[in-house]
Design a protein around this ligand. Structure first.
Ligand code: MN
Length: 197
């Protein structure tokens, strides 16, 4: 499988003012692109070139000798999922099946956003906060650095990048303000629903 940098699913200025075009230009064009370039170099000439991105991640997790491959592969996957987790004029109350499931599994939207925001705020250093489906139940997860639920067979529904490069140009050290903007203005609930089925 050829590893490529996917286009953003919207224009670079489409998420402003919540995420600026400058942040997206660096985050997608430099950071995400670098993970793609690094991964291609690292797997060149190995059996992994014929594997899907997900299989590369599953085959290298917890293998210290392949940490570089795992980290870059997981970052490529996580970023592609993160871009899709957002849309212009998104956020706010969920719609569709996910709305009912959030009410059932979190006892309401307010508890859900409190837990999601808390996961993002308390992820020490770089990482990701996630809404996942685990044994058919919604759960909030956080992962460090490149780590990703798909390495462990847990199904991601939504993610927010809490590496500083995701928000520092727009919010400086205000990770909470960035998380508020993600929750209130950016979550793509149609994408979350499409992952639920
Ligand atoms: Mn990132």
């Amino acid at each position: 499988m050829t590893i490529t940098l996917p286009d953003l699913p919207y224009e670079k200025d489409a998420l402003a003012p919540h995420i600026s075009s400058k942040t997206l230009a660096f985050h997608h064009g430099k950071h995400h692109n670098a993970y793609v370039t690094n991964l291609k170099k690292l797997i060149e000439g190995t059996d992994l070139t014929s594997e899907t991105l997900e299989d590369i991640i599953k085959k290298t997790v917890n293998d210290a000798d392949k940490a570089g491959i795992f980290n870059n592969a997981a970052q490529v996957w996580n970023h592609t999922f993160y871009w899709q987790s957002m849309k212009p004029n998104g956020g706010g109350l969920p719609t569709g099946d996910i709305a009912e499931k959030i009410d059932a599994d979190f006892e309401g939207y307010d508890n859900f956003i409190e837990q999601l925001k808390n996961a993002g705020l308390t992820q020490f250093g770089s990482g990701w906060a996630w809404l996942v489906l685990n044994n058919n139940k919604l759960e909030i997860m956080k992962t460090s650095n490149a780590d990703t639920p798909i390495a462990y067979g847990v199904k991601p529904l939504l993610t927010v990048d809490v590496w500083e490069h995701a928000y520092y140009l727009d919010y400086q050290n205000g990770r909470g303000n960035y998380l508020d903007a993600f929750i209130n203005n950016l979550i793509n609930w149609e994408f979350v629903n499409s992952n639920l089925v």
